[in-house]
Design a protein around this ligand. Structure first.
Ligand code: F6P
Length: 363
């Protein structure tokens, strides 16, 4: 039977288990043999029992579990030639040349590099006597399919990435909980949420949580944002609101590209309103715990489609990612989407840079 590997890479996300389960069970149903590559690419580099076959019941009762049962890591070794040589050798020892990779844009970029290097890696392994020439001839290409697993929801082209919905639920639970203590004391809370360069979690949480002000990286606030924010909070209080809440994305900056932290906001509130606000940094609680219903069923569909894709793909076909787009499961060109995502990040960085130059009086 065809052998396919599945791995989760980068930060974990709720729903990754459902995707792994979908991959494994679809592979078995289609007559392929699925393998887990444990701890992401680090497992491929390490070899040994880090690459292990999975059976139907290896993925039983995992739909409701957070994280990823096959482990994840950000592997520095895999970025080096020596690491990639080891990974190719270890995968081939099991006859694996088809992989489903579940991870963020960094993981997918690394995967594509590995895929492109595959023929030359095999050549080197044959020359070094590490693998027989027949093995290299039998597996001339590495076939990969991606699924985006990241709570940040930062991949261009996908409506929602795995884990985003659950993270949002977690944030809202926290906001609701904080609201009652905030209201009791008539306090303002400044809540920092994850998302790296992406403000999706912050914006949606602010909207769904009825918060007063939100700072996101995509739309750095204007020059007088401190005044504007204080005015909004004051108006809310005057209208009878007992609690106030400001959401700060962890990647938020001002127009000059300087980070705006939750503590900065707290300081502004103290200086301008004389308020002693409280800061809550939600941190990894957002990435932990049970996946939402959406993250379970959507990730299942993505996993099933990805297994089917990788099993049926032709050796020289361009790799795709399987993603939800416009409420449908779609095949999107992997590198085009990753490059588009990078371009957005670069644009935000370029805007920050230009604003900083302008602020210093440059042109
Ligand atoms: O990419 C997911 C994410 O949770 C980001 O929101 C956050 O910036 C980062 O990972 C945290 O990484 P780590 O778990 O390595 O601290």
């Amino acid at each position: 039977p065809l052998k396919i590997g599945v791995l989760t890479s980068g930060g974990d996300a709720q729903g990754m288990n459902a995707a792994v389960r979908g991959v494994v069970r679809t592979a078995l149903r289609l007559g392929a043999k699925p393998y887990a590559v444990m701890e992401g690419w680090a497992g491929a580099v390490a070899g040994g029992d880090a690459i292990r076959p999975l059976a139907w019941d290896s993925v039983s009762s995992i739909l409701q579990r957070g994280g990823t049962i096959i482990g994840t890591a950000r592997s520095a070794e895999f970025r080096e030639r020596a690491g990639q040589l080891a990974a190719a050798r270890h995968l081939l020892a099991h006859g694996i040349d088809r992989l489903v990779v579940i991870g963020g844009d960094g993981s997918l970029t690394g995967t594509n590099e590995f895929r492109k290097n595959w023929p030359s890696l095999l050549e080197e392994l044959v020359e070094g006597g590490d693998i027989p020439a027949e093995t290299a001839q039998a597996h001339p290409e590495l076939m990969v399919t991606g699924i985006v697993g990241s709570i940040d929801n930062d991949l261009v082209g996908a409506d929602m990435t795995i884990g985003t919905d659950s993270a949002l639920h977690r944030i809202l639970e926290a906001i609701d909980d904080i609201s009652s203590t905030a209201a009791s004391h008539q306090r303002t809370f400044v809540v920092e949420v994850m998302g790296r360069h992406c403000g999706y979690l912050a914006l949606m949480a602010a909207m769904a949580g009825g918060c007063d002000y939100v700072l996101v990286p995509e739309l750095p606030p204007g020059r007088n944002w401190e005044e504007d924010m204080c005015l909004r909070l004051k108006e809310g209080r005057e209208a009878g609101r007992r609690e106030s809440m400001v959401i700060v994305a962890e990647g938020a900056t001002d127009r000059a590209g300087n980070r705006i932290t939750a503590d900065d906001v707290k300081q502004v509130l103290s200086d301008r309103l004389g308020e002693s606000a409280r800061v809550t940094i939600l941190g990894h609680v957002q990435r932990g715990g049970r996946p939402s219903a959406y993250d379970r069923w959507m990730s299942t569909l993505l996993g099933c489609a990805a297994a089917r894709e990788v099993i049926t793909m032709e050796p020289e076909a361009e790799p795709v990612i399987i993603a939800e787009r416009h409420n449908r499961i779609r095949r999107l060109p992997m590198m085009k989407q990753v490059e588009a995502t990078r371009a957005v990040k670069d644009l935000v960085a370029a805007q920050d840079y230009l604003a900083a130059v302008k602020a210093r009086g440059g042109s």
